[in-house]
Design a protein around this ligand. Structure first.
Ligand code: MRU
Length: 375
């Protein structure tokens, strides 16, 4: 970890990391950005659950990494030598953390992966609980490290879809703050920045929680990227002017047919982009692809409290007392509006039922996930 003096921008801070000495997960409290950069330590199951639910840590990959490190931290506190007792408590923690947010599949993906590691070591190989804990530590750290490699690969494949000087529109924050490094939708932008591509990025502010304004605009600006903040209802205006050559967005869950759930408003952007002939790319690590969910209709969409729409961010309430509010956190973009799904194994194209199956089969065959080859 860098010392405070060495940190120059928000990108020098770890979104989520493990502090073994404190037995805690350390995150940036993203609800305070961009005004204040504060690191907080999560030690208890309730603290981890709250941090995820309250969006102190958010973004599908970052939620998954937090859950993996979190359940390791919690498992260290389980005081028994009996694997059955250990596993019973581990399961309780797992179910609890998994209930924090329903749409981003990375949360349950990471927890299941941790559970498999525990079961293999403790039940199948009959290792002592102390060794199971050590295996969980390594698995959680691996999940975190893999996220960096996976995002970089997404960036490399994404970069092949655009040209220097292009205008890129993005929605919500699928940036470094949503991952360990690079982001997903921002990975091509950061890699392009390293190569001097001079992209012009439009960041939707992303009502109601302003992830685009508070996080994406902040981190891209900190990196020296040419970023322009727009309100959510301005995407048609910039596309009509020919200022956008591609849309890159992140994703919380991709169904087997390519329908993709992402931050509310993404499907509006995709529909507008189709009208103006602008390609829409969903940037999704394979940990976000859920082959067990056939279509977007089966994706559980999180609904959040009304006050996020009526009272947050302005000094005065923004809506009349008692008005009915509908506040879904995500929407599903129909696969027909999607030009490609950028994964760490390459860009999946329609028909997605086949291309995603191919990618997931390939993933199954590759042990070392750093050795991804294009599909
Ligand atoms: O509610 P949030 O802020 O967790 O929503 C985040 C998004 O919708 C992101 O686009 C998605 O999780 C992908 S992050 C790489």
């Amino acid at each position: 970890m860098k010392s405070n003096d060495e940190r120059k921008t928000i990108l020098d801070y770890d979104t989520v990391t493990l502090d073994e000495a404190q037995n805690a997960v350390i995150i940036i409290d993203q609800t305070l950005l961009p005004g204040r950069t504060e690191l907080i330590a999560l030690r208890t199951a309730q603290e981890i659950w709250d941090a995820i639910y309250l969006l102190k840590v958010r973004g599908a990959p970052a939620i998954g990494v937090t859950a993996a490190l979190g359940i390791y931290v919690l498992s260290r506190e389980i005081d028994t030598d009996d694997f059955r007792i250990f596993y019973g408590k581990f399961r309780e923690y797992k179910e609890f953390l998994d209930s924090a947010r329903p749409t981003a599949v990375n949360l349950s993906w990471a927890l299941k992966r941790m559970e498999r590691a525990a079961l293999q070591a403790g039940r199948e190989e009959k290792r002592p609980v102390a060794e199971v804990k050590e295996i969980l530590r390594r698995e959680a750290i691996r999940i975190r490290e893999e996220d960096i490699e996976v995002c970089r690969k997404i960036g490399e494949y994404g970069l092949t879809l655009v040209k220097p000087g292009d205008g890129i529109l993005t929605h919500c924050n699928a940036g470094q703050l949503a991952t360990v490094k690079y982001g997903t939708a921002t990975a091509p932008i950061y890699l392009g920045q390293e190569k001097g591509y001079g992209f012009k990025v439009f960041a939707d502010e992303t009502r109601p929680l302003l992830q685009g304004a508070r996080l994406t605009a902040f981190e891209l600006q900190s990196a020296g990227v040419d970023v322009t903040l727009i309100c959510d209802n301005m995407s048609a205006s910039v596309m009509a002017k020919g200022l956008v050559q591609a849309v890159f967005v992140g994703c919380d869950r991709v169904a087997a047919n390519g329908d993709a759930a992402n931050k509310i408003g993404t499907s509006v952007v995709a529909a507008v982009a189709k009208h103006y002939g602008v390609p829409v790319y969903i940037c999704a690590p394979t940990s976000t692809i859920d082959m067990a969910t056939p279509t977007g209709r089966e994706i559980h969409i999180e609904e959040r409290p009304a006050h996020e729409v009526t009272e947050m961010w302005y000094k005065e309430r923004m809506a009349p007392e008692g008005v009915k509010v509908y506040n879904p956190a995500f929407d599903v973009t129909d696969h027909e509006l999607i030009s490609g799904i950028v994964t760490e194994y390459g860009v999946a194209r329609a028909p997605y039922t086949e291309s995603l199956r191919l990618i997931m089969n390939q993933k199954g065959k590759i042990r070392n996930e750093a050795e991804c080859e294009p599909v």
